[in-house]
Ligand binder design. Structure first.
Ligand code: PLP
Length: 469
């Protein structure tokens, strides 16, 4: 059961089927174009969509909005130092701002940045700094049916080969994303992080974590690595942080806030350079682009996210949804990750070819069926860009991200009924044609229309549909 009770409620929009049909048409079958009052259950993202606790809302009321030296910053800094052990704590308005601050200082043109898998904003900031992102996740990360317990792990042999060939001059840092969002919220083991740190440090290369979901990662470590079975989330966190040199954080995930983030490091000289940048782009180092009350809410949320009862329920909710779907035979990415359930679109709609966007077709049907908003991570999302790892297969997924502390089990049961209803009529689900394909970030703005029945599809139409030359 939920380890919290309700104090404030927000009405859910409940549209009838004709209302949803009309909304789909107006949105060009792209759910980014829906307004929130057209969505009943919103599983678009778990980022910044958490419900704050009564303690966090109380924290907003004790905001000390001093430009410099706010007591909320002092509290925030103390909490982050205590949780992570890093001496330098630099606030930022969200994760990508933290990435910008760190990567623009460390990465120079032509350099390579390895990661298990870069999240899109991380990749974009490596590229923005002139660097080349390189994904080095283990093979199992690309196999939706592999039951490997730590599918977020880095392939240490390939990392070693890269570092031996390129050295610290060409590789300014190694990043590891915990949990691996792009790969389905899969955890990274402490054993793997130990190896990554040892190899990187032997080559004189620092290791930074993308620690957005560090508490969820620690929960998996506690469950799956015998050495940590009796340890607290905080103890596991410290074990992890002690191995590395710093981290970037989007507190919109395991900070349980709607906005906020930070960079941490042990390197005083780097911290000073980042603070200079911070003043230029974000704000003074004791607020970093945030209201001081937001720092207070973040300080409280970061600690609440380490509560084992909270995490057991959080990860339990994700598993509950997955178990309802698995029981009905719906093809999922397994094992279930920390922040959402991912449908495997190619196995869900084998009759819809990749150029007719099977993932997006499922996304549209889930909304039509039950007012549930999800997101495609497949042919639409990737667009023309290939994997950073050209030898990896191209997955086509539908992500159902679960916001933290927002939905109840009965909401998730509604989601499961919706998915299962679409699964049961999957043979009748048709693909989509991309009618408007913008050059960049097309998943946000592309417009689609229903594809004609299979026999009517001619070669030129299929070509138009992919948006590729
Ligand atoms: C969300 C996220 C980011 C970026 O954070 P924002 O707060 O959205 O800017 C970076 N890395 C990972 C793994 C994320 O999930």
């Amino acid at each position: 059961m939920e380890p919290y009770k309700v104090k404030v409620v927000e009405r859910l929009p409940l549209l009838d089927r004709p209302g949803r049909e009309a909304a789909l048409e107006r949105a060009g079958y792209n759910l980014f174009n829906l307004t929130s009052d057209e969505v009943t259950i919103d599983l678009l993202t778990d980022s910044g969509t958490s419900a704050m606790s009564d303690r966090q809302w109380g924290g907003l009321m004790v905001g000390d909005e001093s430009y410099a030296g706010s007591r909320n910053f002092a509290h925030f800094e103390r909490v982050v130092r205590d949780l992570t052990g890093f001496s330098h704590v630099i606030p930022a308005h969200q994760g990508r701002a933290a990435e910008h601050l760190l990567l623009s200082q460390l990465v120079h043109p032509g350099q390579i940045v390895p990661n298990n898998m870069h999240f899109d904003t991380t990749r974009a900031h490596v590229v923005h700094a002139g660097g080349r992102p390189m994904d080095l996740a283990i093979r199992e990360a690309y196999d939706p049916t592999s039951l490997h317990p730590f599918k977020g792990n880095v392939d240490v042999a390939r990392l070693e080969t890269l570092l031996a060939a390129e050295g610290a001059r060409r590789v300014p840092l190694v990043m590891v994303t915990i949990t691996n969002n792009t790969g389905g919220g899969q955890p990274v083991s402490v054993a793997n992080l130990r190896e990554v740190a040892a190899v990187s440090h032997r080559h004189g290369v620092p290791v930074y974590l993308d620690m957005c979901r560090w508490a969820e990662n620690a929960y998996f470590v506690r469950e799956r690595e015998a050495e940590f079975a009796d340890r607290s989330i905080r103890e596991i966190g410290r074990t992890v942080f002690d191995l590395v040199d710093g981290a970037t954080m989007s507190a919109k995930k395991d900070g349980l806030v709607n906005i906020g983030g930070f960079v941490v490091t042990r390197d005083v000289e780097l911290a000073n350079r980042i603070k200079e940048q911070l003043i230029l782009f974000e704000g003074f180092p004791t607020y970093g682009g945030l209201a001081r009350r937001d720092l207070e809410a973040m300080a409280i949320g970061l600690e609440e996210a380490t509560d084992l009862d909270y995490l057991r329920h959080r990860i339990g909710q994700v598993r509950y949804l997955a178990s309802l779907l698995s029981a009905a035979g719906v093809p999922l990415v397994e094992p279930t990750g920390g922040h959402g359930v991912y449908l495997d679109a190619h196995r869900f709609l084998p009759h819809v070819p990749p150029e007719q966007f099977p993932g997006q077709s499922i996304v549209v049907e889930l909304y039509r069926e039950g007012g549930v908003r999800t997101v495609e991570i497949g042919e639409v999302f990737r667009g023309e860009k290939a994997n950073d790892d050209p030898t990896a297969p191209e997955l086509s997924l539908v992500r159902m991200a679960i916001p933290r502390r927002v939905y109840s089990s009965s909401h998730l049961a509604h989601v499961a009924r919706t998915v299962i209803a679409v699964w049961n009529r999957r043979a009748t689900v048709r693909g989509l044609l991309m009618l408007e394909a913008p050059e960049r970030l097309r998943h946000f703005t592309a417009r689609f229309g229903p594809a004609p029945p299979a026999e009517a599809v001619t070669a030129p139409v299929a070509k138009l549909a992919t948006g590729r030359p």
